[in-house]
Design a protein around this ligand. Structure first.
Ligand SMILES: C[S@@+](CC[C@H](N)C(=O)[O-])C[C@H]1O[C@@H](n2cnc3c(N)ncnc32)[C@H](O)[C@@H]1O
Length: 379
């Protein structure tokens, strides 16, 4: 499956998947939720959350997250999600789990496909985790990091596109695109060719879900991007760049690269090769947006039933060696990575970002887990 050009379906801005309240059993192993914060901290007992109780069952609660139980009415979509093997298909599940995070925070992300890509079980699992956090009056809530990360990528992407030469077509390449639906949800992509690169298996799952929706009579959301190309390739082992070019990617056009929730699935040598490949080949303005785990974050892989490899505490030192002389690093909670979602000054995100990255652990030996949001420009 070299490349799939996705055809637009009928516009339907008001589209929403048919999810109704219902039963669903889950086995929770949500990721990207506790990743950078470790154990949740608790609010002092004086905090009054009594007025929030009824929010637990009716949509956005105190934290504005979607806690309504949902169940997909499209049987074929349910079968597709149920067919994923937790161990063997951990990459596809990671893609669906990220979509579940977006579905939970959809009031700020506005992803028309998040629920259907997430599937009932993962979404329900994340909702239950939020409930537990709320019951404990935790300062950090499941998925908030995911929401901030997504909004940070959206904001940096929009900013980069505005700065590009407006006379030419722009490109956006998503490596490890998973269930990303930016091509459907961002108006800023109206003049962009979007390329989604992921494994054949992950893209097959994605297209099968969309196909199942169409067959069930559900209109797909309107494509906002100028065009959308899906490029199936294992980025670790195959000539992904060759396939991308064969799909229409043009090295001479200004391009934003989105590596969201992706690099740490690669071995270090592959991650570096991938970044080097981008800077070596691209001849016009090139912006790479990526998140990096620090080393201690990768140790959560076992607990999260996944596999993480590549990490870096200092992307600003690494990236110039790979052809990206300009680098800006942010952390969750920073002014440009907050979006009004992380307000409690005693929140672990705030505590962590105030401590120098040279410090690996607190006085009790608890490691500082960080997710670094990195914007870089190739020379
Ligand atoms: C956590 S998901 C993130 C998906 C998406 N970027 C998002 O933020 O919603 C990680 C994605 O990276 C993809 N991935 C990991 N290793 C890959 C590889 N070697 N080649 C292609 N895709 C890969 C997985 O299939 C998965 O879709």
């Amino acid at each position: 499956m070299p490349s799939l050009l996705l055809h637009m379906c009928s516009p339907s801005p008001a589209w929403s998947p048919r999810f109704n309240p219902g039963r669903c059993s889950i086995k929770l192993h949500d990721i990207l939720v506790s990743m950078s914060v470790g154990k949740a901290q608790h609010l002092p007992a004086v905090v009054d959350s009594s007025s929030d109780d009824d929010d637990m069952t009716h949509g956005p609660g105190r934290l504005g997250v979607n806690l309504a139980t949902s169940q997909c009415q499209i049987e074929a979509v349910r079968r597709l999600h149920n067919s994923l093997d937790p161990e063997r298909d951990y990459l596809e599940r990671s893609a669906c789990q990220t979509a579940a995070g977006r579905a939970l925070w959809n009031h700020v992300i506005h992803d028309p496909l998040a629920e259907v890509f997430a599937g009932d079980a993962l979404l329900r699992g994340l909702q239950e985790k939020v409930r537990r956090d709320q019951d404990k009056n935790a300062r950090e809530t499941a998925g908030v990091m995911m929401a901030v990360r997504t909004l940070w990528f959206d904001a940096r992407l929009a900013e980069a596109l505005v700065r590009f030469d407006s006379t030419s077509t722009h490109q956006v390449v998503l490596l490890g695109a998973g269930m990303d639906a930016r091509a459907y949800r961002l108006r800023s992509l109206k003049d962009c060719s979007v390329f989604e690169v992921d494994s054949a298996k992950a893209l097959h799952l994605k297209e099968s879900i969309l196909q199942a929706m169409v067959e069930a009579g559900e209109p797909l959301p309107r494509l906002e991007a100028k065009s959308l190309h899906r490029v199936a390739s294992d980025i670790a082992t195959e000539d992904w760049f060759g396939r991308l070019t064969a799909a229409g990617f043009n090295v001479h056009l200004p391009t934003v690269w989105i590596l969201e929730g992706f690099l740490y699935y690669l071995q270090e040598v592959r991650a570096k090769e991938t970044l080097r490949c981008i800077s070596d080949h691209c001849m016009n303005e090139t912006v790479v947006l990526a998140d990096f785990m620090n080393e201690s974050s990768t140790h959560l892989a076992h607990e999260l039933k996944t596999h993480f490899y590549f990490h870096s505490d200092w992307p600003e030192e690494l990236l110039p060696k790979l052809g990206f002389p300009q680098v800006k690093v942010s952390q969750i909670g920073d002014p440009d990575a907050n979006f009004g979602l992380i307000n409690d000054e005693l929140n672990l995100f705030h505590q962590t970002r105030r401590v120098s990255r040279h410090v690996k652990a607190d006085v009790n030996g608890n490691p500082y887990r960080r997710l670094l949001l990195v914007e870089s420009w190739a020379s």
